[in-house]
Design a protein around this ligand. Structure first.
Ligand SMILES: [Zn+2]
Ligand SMILES: [Zn+2]
Length: 323
């Protein structure tokens, strides 16, 4: 009787032609990962090969790293170096320090998401990747990883004052949430002037995403085309909000998964933003690229957000009695 260690995997008892047919169905990335499982598989299937096309090759390499990293809680995939890096549990969005030799310049792929409290909260793709992985691994996590997950998804609050510029007091609250395997982020910014009523200038050049920015003195001439209308969802909501104080005016960005709302009163402007940053994928994912500028790639607009309110609703569905 053979011991379990010596037993041949049942898969390898299949006729070789049938096996080849199975291997042919796998993606090059899956073939390469499969070939790392044991010598018998490698002998039968070969080592697998990356495609010759450079761009496809790069994507396949990412896929191999991601597959290998799926169940490794101590590693994250760095697309910049094409390697797995060891995690550093001190590296969080509130104190961002990627464990990558190329981290100083952030490179092409480690660029963080830029939010309103820009210097205080730098969410990187690795934070998203690790938080989603830990959530998926769930009960099998060690306490240290569970604590790291809590820090990666912790809500933060910041008080910012631009006294030299607008004499405004700004409170920003950032609260990540994972729902249905997607990383969602809600940001609420409140702008106040201590001694006088608010004006539009208070939120001049503020934005809700890469596509929606507010300029109070905008020349209306260039904005008549439908493409530019798409980019004016936030300015439109700001205008409507100043025209109807106290009412929450809702909007969305057609070029990324973002819902937002603006509420203006005599004393404050409140801007709430809900973002869906996508699933456990690489920085090449169009969903992530729609939020973060990656110099390597032209600013293609691949994401079309045609279900306004979906992200906000999904975020609230994960509340479960919190707040
Ligand atoms: Zn790296
Ligand atoms: Zn957008």
């Amino acid at each position: 009787m053979s011991s379990p260690a010596n037993r041949r995997p049942a898969l390898l008892d299949l006729p070789i032609d049938l096996l080849r047919e199975i291997f042919d169905q796998l993606s090059p990335a899956d073939n390469i990962v499969f070939a790392t499982t044991c010598r018998a598989v490698r002998n039968c299937a070969g080592r697998g090969q990356f495609p010759a096309d450079a761009e496809e090759n790069q994507e396949q390499r990412f896929e191999v790293l991601a597959s290998m990293c799926r169940d490794m809680p101590d590693r994250w995939v760095c697309e910049e170096c094409m390697r797995l890096h060891r995690i550093d549990t001190a590296d969080t969005p509130a104190d961002s320090s990627p464990t990558c030799p190329l981290a100083d310049a952030y490179g092409r792929f480690n660029q963080p998401l830029q939010l309103a409290p820009a210097d205080e909260y730098e969410l990187g793709r690795r934070h998203v990747q690790l938080a989603l992985k830990y959530t998926r691994l769930g009960d099998s996590l060690r306490p240290s990883h569970r604590q790291y997950l809590q820090r990666l998804t912790a809500a933060r609050q910041f008080s910012l004052s631009y006294a030299w510029e607008k004499k405004a007091a700004i409170t920003a609250k950032v609260a990540p949430r994972i729902v249905d395997g997607r990383f969602l982020l809600r940001t609420i910014c409140e702008y106040r002037l201590p001694s006088r009523p608010v004006t539009r200038d208070l939120i001049a050049s503020e934005s809700v995403c890469r596509h929606q920015q507010f300029f109070p003195l905008e020349d209306g001439a260039w904005t008549s085309s439908s493409l530019h209308q798409d980019l004016r969802q936030f300015p439109r909501a700001v205008g409507e909000s100043f025209a109807s104080p106290g009412k929450e005016v809702r909007g969305h960005c057609p070029h990324c998964f973002t819902d937002f709302s603006v509420t203006t009163t005599a004393r404050s402007v409140r801007i709430s933003v809900w973002m869906d940053l996508g699933t456990e994928s690489s920085p090449l994912d169009p969903v992530w690229r729609s939020f973060v500028h990656i110099a390597e790639f032209p600013p293609v607009e691949e994401v079309e957000y045609i279900e306004p309110g979906r992200v906000r609703e999904l975020y609230s569905s994960g509340e479960e009695g919190e707040e």
